[in-house]
Design a protein around this ligand. Sequence first.
Ligand SMILES: [Zn+2]
Ligand SMILES: [Zn+2]
Length: 319
Amino acid sequence: MSAGAATHATVITVEDPAEVAVGAEFVLTVLVSCPAGCDLSGIPIEVMAPPDNATATVPAPCPPPHAGEGREGGAVARRVALKAPLRAGEHVWHLSCAAHKSSGWHHDASLLRVPVRVRPHETSLAVWAIPSPVVTSRPFAIKVGAKSAAGCDLTGMPIAVRDAAGTMLAGGVLGDTPWPGTSSLYWTELTLIAPAEAGMFSWSVELAAADLALPHQGSSSRFSIAIVDPPEHKLTIKVVAQGTASPVENAQVRLGAYRATTDGSGLAELMVPKGPYDLNVWKSGYDAPTAAIVIDADLAVEIAIALIPDENPDAVWQM
Ligand SMILES: [Zn+2]
Ligand SMILES: [Zn+2]
């Protein structure tokens, strides 16, 4: 404002969060200043707040600022505590100062629109207790849980499981008790029917957006599931030490999705469907080959694994 003008301007500025969550309390830092440098720190600010445009007066900062403590132009920051409405969307707060006289000058009235985006709470999903493998066409259960970023009670929120094509496979609602050991992981168990064909499937679990006491965003998460044909044949694996042929206990046997551990006689049994497999055996301190096998009948195999000599300085790296 040029010297000699009849009045001074009143400038309201804010350092604000551009986005807050529904229902959240937040603080606007408000500065009221005069371009000519008058001290406007004692000027009240009117705040008109959504959703009902209720007005409140923010008094001058308490205690009043001392000379020279303010920011440039004599502006002193006032922290204005506000609360976001419970409805998501863009909401506008209005800050105003009435025309007034300060430092001997008349100052114009001023109004500032402060738009703030109010967003629903974010949610996240977890899927656990997925059995592996799952036999074709059989029912099985998984557990699904969801959490609000603000830890809200999500009881009753709808959950759906969909296949890759988007077809709903199962649905339910979150129960009213958080998963033990968590404060706000609301969960439910869903029963699904396995596809009629074997294979790896990638499905998604979805939480629909919902208005509880507060609006919540939906979310989705993918999970994989191994579906296998019904077991038809018994595979007996005997694990022995190379050279001595003595049985090796507690060796881990893996055949595709199937797992077993050898007993005191070096034996492990698996019931598996027909098909080609890679048979892996693992035991700490031993070097074990991977064997390609085809199951088309009951089968017994013996796998010799070689003890890695102690004096081999690289042994640890081969495990
Ligand atoms: Zn002024
Ligand atoms: Zn929430």
